[in-house]
Design a protein around this ligand. Structure first.
Ligand code: CTP
Length: 400
């Protein structure tokens, strides 16, 4: 994405340097525009060093805004795929809500057709003032996104709301707001299972596997970004993704119950979780002591979540599974596709060293029409987006 990052005058301006670096590291091109007050808190040199792109000042005689001052704001407005203002003061919110254009940032905001996102930061009294709230309401009405400030101790010494949202949350919101929505998934409710399950033997021992849940989390983000409403049922310890309703579970049985509670209200299921196929027959309430001669563990099967939900579906609901295979991939995956009545299965060749915990991965979708062109090798975030694009195209073609 090509992002214009507007930085206005507030102590939180130092955090926009961190945001600029994070976005640049994620592969975005970031050009910063400082307002006059913003330039008192942070320097153009910091921002150009972090982004490798020019930084613009408030007026034609500042920063890089020199080449052709009469049209620079139009060029920048066209260049942007998204304009984010972080931190946004009451002043810039007021200007943009009322169509005022008195410096480079406010003129770009008025001229651009790109999505706009605001991350306000200010004193609690200012934040709560009806004039500021009315301006925000107006901006929301223009289709702009607002990442609400949090609560905490503010630079002015007061405690209350008005503290800039977390940088990571702003970066996620930029990703969501800047991603074009896909008609076949917009507003659709997608249920995703992710991560390992844990089956307890006693209060200190557990049976689990090496899945981290990262692929499922990236898929949740990718569905969220294109406009789906995502419910994530998550095992393991990774943090929950922003903007995704997440339920944390431990065992296969808990995962099944959490899914069942949401399934009837969902349009589709993507089962990414590495669910333990067995659990100890009984879990001891006290730590089991070693006893000579008793060295075997009695196991029983856990519920197959994907099969259970697939068997209990209403017309129009779709179900996608994952298959990690080390040999005869397509043959084994094809059997699972049929046995579990899936619309598609994404086949992962674990023999090549890719899969659990690996950085880059390849997935081959398999449907009733046979194997589809492979997706990847790609890092998991990009692979997840490729899966979502492929599936949205598949749904679209089924409809037409
Ligand atoms: N799955 C599930 N519930 C289970 C087991 C698996 O929902 N109890 C889902 C996984 O999330 C994945 C797919 O089913 O989408 C994997 O299918 P499965 O046949 O269980 O794969 P394996 O356990 O790898 O099977 P096998 O050992 O027979 O290869």
């Amino acid at each position: 994405m090509q992002i214009i990052l507007g930085i206005t005058g507030g102590v939180a301006a130092y955090k926009s340097a961190e945001l600029a670096r994070l976005l640049a590291n994620q592969g975005h091109r970031v050009r910063c525009i400082l307002t006059e007050a913003g330039a008192r808190f942070i320097t153009p040199l910091t921002l150009t060093s972090l982004t490798g792109e020019p930084c613009y000042g408030a007026n034609p005689d500042q920063g890089e805004w020199r080449a052709n001052p009469s049209i620079e704001h139009i060029e920048l407005a066209r260049w942007a795929d998204l304009v984010a203002v972080v931190p946004a003061t009451a002043n810039i919110l007021g200007k943009a809500a009322n169509g005022l254009a008195s410096d480079l940032l406010s003129t770009v905001l008025l001229a651009t057709r790109a999505p706009v996102l605001w991350a306000p930061a200010m004193n609690t009294g200012m934040w709560e003032h009806p004039a500021v709230q009315a301006n925000l309401q107006r901006l929301r009405g223009f289709g702009h996104a607002v990442v609400e400030p949090g609560e905490g101790v503010l630079a002015c010494g007061e405690e209350g709301s008005g503290k800039l949202a977390e940088v990571a949350a702003i970066a996620e919101a930029i990703q969501v707001h800047g991603t074009p929505k896909l008609g076949s998934l917009l507003g659709r409710k997608v249920l995703i299972t992710a991560g390992p399950t844990r089956e307890d033997l006693d209060p200190v021992r557990t049976l689990t596997n090496r899945s981290t849940g990262s692929m499922g989390i990236e898929l949740a983000r990718a569905f969220r970004d294109v406009g789906a409403k995502v419910h994530l049922v998550l095992g393991g310890d990774l943090p929950e993704p922003w903007g995704v309703e997440t339920v944390r579970v431990r065992s296969a049985q808990q995962m099944l119950e959490a899914c069942e509670a949401r399934w009837m209200d969902s349009d589709g299921l993507v089962a990414v979780a590495a669910v333990a196929d067995q659990r100890p027959e009984s879990a001891a309430t006290q730590k089991v002591k070693k006893t000579d001669g008793i060295e075997t563990l009695a196991l029983v099967r856990t519920p197959d979540i994907l099969a259970a939900l697939g068997a209990d579906r209403r017309p129009g609901q779709w179900v996608i599974g994952f298959a990690a295979e080390s040999e005869n991939h397509l043959e084994h995956a094809g059997e699972k596709l049929k046995k579990k009545g899936l619309n598609a299965i994404l086949v992962n060749d674990v023999q090549t060293g890719r899969g659990f915990g690996a950085q880059a991965n390849t997935l081959t979708p398999l449907t009733a029409q046979g194997p589809q062109p492979s997706l990847g090798p790609l890092p998991k975030d990009l692979l997840a987006r490729a899966v979502v694009q492929w599936w949205a195209g598949h749904l679209q073609s089924e409809r037409s």
